[in-house]
Design a protein around this ligand. Structure first.
Ligand SMILES: C[S@@+](CC[C@H](N)C(=O)[O-])C[C@H]1O[C@@H](n2cnc3c(N)ncnc32)[C@H](O)[C@@H]1O
Length: 250
């Protein structure tokens, strides 16, 4: 079963209910020079990239979901390109003013892949470049834990019902999500999609350490894109801003 292989417009409809796109865009734009080049790791349906392109940024998105990449490509946006593939396998000669990964995408990566990925990210930065990572901290998962949840998302006449089963694989420190999406279109047609994924439980100290090993240092830490204080005792999500260690020290 593949993750996130359902029509991108359903994801967009649900994302709107979960996220503060205006806050994310302000935050990202504050960490890249005007007209700069950005890289979105786990770009999904291209939501953040399109919002940045509307402000004059240019960039590349990488995502493992063929359906989401297809949606993003069709949705357009000046100066944007999308690569279908896994972030940990992404290579390019391109260099970026900002590399970011939002909405827990880091948690989807196999644990062992994080270290090499962050090294790659360091190498992709232009001088003065920044990294913005948002990930779910351990207690974020614990607090949100529900064996079963049902949520409804509406966008106009479209109704999406998510049935989510969560389980914990404590040995691998993984959180397993099995979702069924029931979609009812405006004309009454109904379709069903399965979405299955594991999320690694990460902690702030662990990610800070991996960043340091990659030659990156955390320059700011928040609990959200409106610069909420970083949560006490790691109640997530955590938003880390990092820069090349030698530049941050200079
Ligand atoms: C919760 S969505 C977030 C998407 C986007 N960042 C956003 O904010 O809307 C997680 C995304 O991560 C992608 N993803 C998961 N594992 C990935 C990997 N190893 N490499 C690239 N993309 C990945 C999924 O396909 C999905 O689009």
């Amino acid at each position: 079963m593949n993750s996130f292989e359902f029509p991108g417009r359903y994801y967009e409809a649900m994302r709107g209910g979960f996220r503060d796109l205006a806050g994310e865009t302000e935050f990202l734009a504050a960490h890249a020079p005007a007209g700069g080049r950005v890289l979105d790791l786990g770009s999904g349906t291209g939501t953040n990239l399109r919002a940045l392109a509307a402000r004059g940024y240019r960039g590349v998105g990488v995502d493992q979901s063929a359906a989401f990449v297809e949606y993003a490509r069709q949705a357009g946006g000046a100066g944007l390109a999308y690569v279908h593939g896994r972030a940990e396998e992404f290579t390019t000669e391109d260099r970026f003013d900002l590399v970011y990964s939002l909405f827990m995408t880091l948690n989807y990566l196999p644990r062992a892949e994080l270290r090499p990925l962050l090294r790659t990210v360091r190498g992709l930065l232009r001088p003065g470049g920044k990294v913005v990572l948002e990930f779910g901290h351990l207690l974020n998962f614990v607090d949100a834990y529900q064996p079963y949840t049902i949520a409804h998302h509406r966008a106009g006449e479209l109704l999406i019902t998510r049935l989510v089963r969560q389980s914990i694989n404590a040995h691998a420190a993984n959180w397993r999500n099995e979702e069924t999406l029931l979609v009812r279109e405006a004309d009454g047609r109904v379709a069903m999609y399965d979405n299955f994924f594991d999320q690694a439980v990460l902690t702030g100290p662990e990610v800070r350490e991996l960043l340091a090993e990659a030659g990156l240092v955390v320059t700011a830490e928040y609990g959200g894109f409106r610069k909420e204080p970083a949560p006490f005792h790691g109640r997530g999500p955590l938003v880390l801003v990092a820069a090349a260690a030698e530049e941050a020290a200079a």
